[in-house]
Design a protein around this ligand. Sequence first.
Ligand SMILES: [Zn+2]
Length: 445
Amino acid sequence: MSVKKTLLKNLHVINPTSVPALIENTFVAISGDIIESVSTVEPNGEFDVVHDLLGKIALPGMINAHHHLYSALAVGMPLPKNNPTNFSEILQEVWWKMDLALDHDSTQASFEAGMLDSLKAGTTTIIDHHCSPSYIEGSLTLLAETGEKLGLNTSVAFEISDRNGQEKFEASLQENIDAVRKFSSSPHVHPMIGLHASFTLSDDSLKKIRDAANTLDSWGIHIHVSEDKADEADALKKGYGSVLERLHKFDLLNENGLVIHGLHIKESDLELIQKHNVQLVHNPSSNANNRVGMAPNQNLNKLKSGLGTDGMQGNMLREGKEGMLIRSSHLSGGEDSVDYMQLLFENNASIASKLFSGSLAGSRKLGYILPEYHADLAIFDYFPRTPITESTIFGHIFFGMSSLPCDVMTRGEFRIKDYQLLDVSEKEIKANAVDQAKRLWSNFN
Ligand SMILES: [Zn+2]
């Protein structure tokens, strides 16, 4: 079978952190799922399909570097009777009760509804951290298959934890190992080994995880680190200098790994992160929501942190803007902030490109509208009221393009055209999600 050739014309392309950042009146030639050329001159050759985008604006399909699709049905969920007063209580009273109530059907509804929400916002790659302790075996395959159905790039991992007993610990570990074996050569699925957090894993458990991981050719962990001071206090109590020192002692840090949050890490932890070339991911809206504080500016800059939403939302432009505004509320005039455009469009692209280029999957570049990159695009029907130039892009991205993209392409195929989903029924997914949410909420309350 010959590879499908697609041409997009009449498109203004913005690669926010590239030079040039703006390419006007562009032709984007796509071969299969990869961009072949981006040019202001019409390319030669035959195309199977030509789409005239009528002067719309394209951003690279966005990457969510840390998400929990399992929480998609938590929107509007009734609060527990015992109102949580700190981070540990929020976990115990809300999330650990909800995740335990998830079964196959409600998990599937969460995946579909959460992915739909992401795709509609132009998020085409999701690095997910999954947890459904009553439905473990097969959950990562379901996640990968749902991603395939919607055309997303999906990184899968199951949060291993001691908190639900030995049997569920073993089953969760096995689910990760099985997924790594199953999906390592998949171009659109990236398996990782998910750990909930240091404070819900014993030394014995960390050793078991490391030993199981070492039976694999290539692996990286995906873990919450130092989201709250309680995590660091637990590591100290267990006899380690910090959470990261503990993970380092168990040889769990490597260049394929992701550490999430890192709010209370110290100077020696920064060195460990750099030494192992593990990636930090910052989740501002979640940190604000949980009232745990914010990661220091200099750490995010120094470690080239990625940007995730931690289950709060699927919309990355909104996460970036919210992060900027939340952070600004702590700063005085003239103080440097964090460049959320860089986190979202440069750091996330480099994280996803590294992860999805697995040892067996070959080289996979994500996050730019440039030759050799995945043909994942978010196209906006956006006609600006002020000039768009190289120097004004930041403002347009975070303060102008506030509506959803009209068209979303992944793997060289339109998944959304004129705000309508082409492969799946939004109505059906949402109606099912509402039914499943009612069941889920009544199950755990
Ligand atoms: Zn998280």
